[in-house]
Structure formats: C-alpha cells, structure tokens
Write a protein that binds this ligand. Structure first.
Ligand code: CP
Length: 320
C-alpha cells in the first residue's frame, strides 16, 4: 500500500488484512515492552492544518511504538500562518527526509493533492480532509465493532449482516462517509438517520438506507448506533436552529438509550457534545465503545503505518 486516502480504495481483502494486522499490533500493546523495531530509522510527520486530540496523539503513539521518529507539525504557530503554501510546506518536509506524512486538512481532497503532487516522495495518510473522508477513524470503528461482535474469533472476518445506524450531522461528517464505504465493503448494512438539512444532496448512489425517524431506527434494534458530532463550526443557523430541539428529535438521550438492547453497541468518534447528540448515560455506559475506539485507534494506525512504510517504497503497490 503506497497511500491511505479513502476507504473507497480498499478491497474487502485489503481491509480485513489491515484489521488483522491491527489485531497483531494490539497483542503487542499487551506486552510489558510495547515497542517494535519495525520502523526504526523512518520519519513520520504529523501535518495538522486542523485541530485534533485523538487522531494526532494516536498517530504519534502508533509511530513511536513502531520505533519511528515523529515530528508534530501544527499549522498554528508554523509558517503556514504567514501564508506558506502546501507545496512549500511539503517540499520542506521532503528536505528533512520525511518517509510518511499523516495529514489533516480543511480542504476535501487536500491529502490526495499531496499524494499526487510529486512535491514529496512519502507515504500519505489522510487523517481527515474537510467533509470528505477520515479513513483511519472508519478502520478503528470497524475494528471495534468486529471485536465486540466476534470477540476472540475476529481475525479474517468481515462484518456480514451487522446492522449499523449512523445518526446526526451526515452532511459535514467525513467519519460518516469513510464508514459508509468501509462498513459496506465488509458486508454491514448501514442506515443513516438525520434531519433533512443535515443530509448531503448526492446520496442517490450511496449503498445505504435513510430514515428521518430516530425512534423507529432505535426500535428496529440495530447492532450498532453510531452518533455523529454536530459540527457547528462548519454550519450556519439555517442548518441548526436550536440545541434543545436537536437533542429532543435527533439525540441519543436517556430514554432512547434505555430502549436499546443490552448487546447494542453505542459509538461516537469524538469529540462528543454531551447532552446534545448523546447523553452522558449513553456515552459512559457498558454499551459505549467511545474509549475502546481510542485505544483501538493506536493499533489500527500502527497497522496502517506498517503497511505504508515497512517495505521498499519503490516496490510497493500503488492503491491510491
Ligand atoms: N475522531 C477524531 O478525529 O477526533 P479528533 O478530532 O480529536 O482527532
């Protein structure tokens, strides 16, 4: 694998292989010495043009557990704030010898531009681009679902027949898009539940069902309910008139959470707006995988870095 830009690029076999390698990485995390020498001598740059807590620290932990050198670059406080271009930033990273670049960018397609540019010969991982995709979030979500459902027998398996209901601000969610492509590739059945104003207009070709009634969707008893963050920073009042109204109609509140079965999995990619899209009772329950998702993110990102950077880049297969 040369770059990881979109879950749309992954075949079922490639996705399962990555999840299986993540299982091996999770086994390493149980050892007293959690480090592998696999990427010794390689340099990974975390290039973040947007804020992040989970993704950035988890990529840093993943790279360090594989013995790579890690450079954290935030646009705030860098020469990007003086107007430096992506090209000049990328060429600067090339000049210091970056082997891998983990990039979060506000523009949909930013990581793909970097991968195709020729400005830097490095493996590029999309850590979230605009409203487009967040592939490693979807991979860690799939890993978490697979582990909860299949337990010790997870390896080599997909998510055939697993029902996943994704709720909320689909319009602005790169997590929703990456999950749609990956979960359906793995055999899951995806239903989106959202206010009409928070659904994209181009969903005709999406392999999913759509509903505008969260109570109906909850009472259908899905295996997984994935709540999305309301992205107020990307929307105007026309999309989102009132927090109280949103929570009443579209939130996983205590009453709706109480109607879920004991085996239903409650997910959220974080950061959460507690009391808005999800209640604290739901987020902190035994059904919730919110912190498991964070833990699993390190193993999944180790697997992605391993697949991109451990071989000879000139011989690696280009699947971008
Ligand atoms: N889920 C996620 O991408 O979180 P961060 O924005 O904190 O990285």
């Amino acid at each position: 694998m040369r770059h990881l830009l979109s879950t749309k690029d992954l075949s079922r076999d490639e996705a399962i292989n990555l999840l299986d390698i993540a299982e091996d990485m999770a086994d390493v995390a149980q050892r007293e010495v959690k480090k592998l020498p696999t990427l010794r001598g390689k340099t990974v740059v975390n290039l973040f043009f947007e804020d992040s807590t989970r993704t950035r620290i988890s990529f840093e932990a993943a790279a360090k557990r594989l013995s790579a050198d890690v450079i954290n670059f935030s646009a705030k406080g860098s020469s990007v704030s003086k107007g430096e271009s992506l090209k000049d930033t990328a060429q600067t990273l090339a000049a210091i010898g970056a082997d891998g670049v983990v990039i979060r960018h506000p523009a949909s397609g930013g990581p793909a531009v970097l991968a195709a540019s020729g400005w830097i010969d490095a493996g590029i991982i999309n850590a979230g681009d605009g409203t487009h995709e967040h592939p490693t979030q979807a991979l860690l979500d799939a890993f978490t679902i697979r582990r909860r459902i299949h337990g010790q027998a997870s390896r080599s398996r997909g998510l055939d027949g697993v029902t996943v209901t994704i709720v909320g601000d689909v319009l602005h969610s790169r997590v929703a898009r990456s999950n749609l492509w990956l979960l359906t590739t793995l055999g899951a059945e995806v239903t989106f539940v959202a206010p009409p104003t928070l659904l994209p207009s181009n969903t005709a070709l999406w392999p999913a069902r759509f509903s505008f009634d969260l109570d109906d969707a909850i009472d259908a008893g899905p295996d997984v309910v994935m709540m999305l963050r309301i992205q107020t920073e990307r929307m105007s009042a026309a999309f989102f008139p009132s927090s109280r109204e949103y929570s009443r109609v579209w939130g996983l509140d205590d009453a709706r959470f109480g109607r879920l079965g004991p085996a239903s999995i409650v997910m959220h990619p974080g950061p959460m707006n507690r009391g808005l899209e999800i209640s604290s009772a739901a987020a902190d329950s035994a059904n919730s995988t919110v912190l498991e998702q964070v833990t699993n993110g390190v193993s999944v990102r180790m697997a992605a870095l391993y697949l991109l950077l451990s071989g000879d880049r000139k011989e690696s297969k280009n699947v971008d």
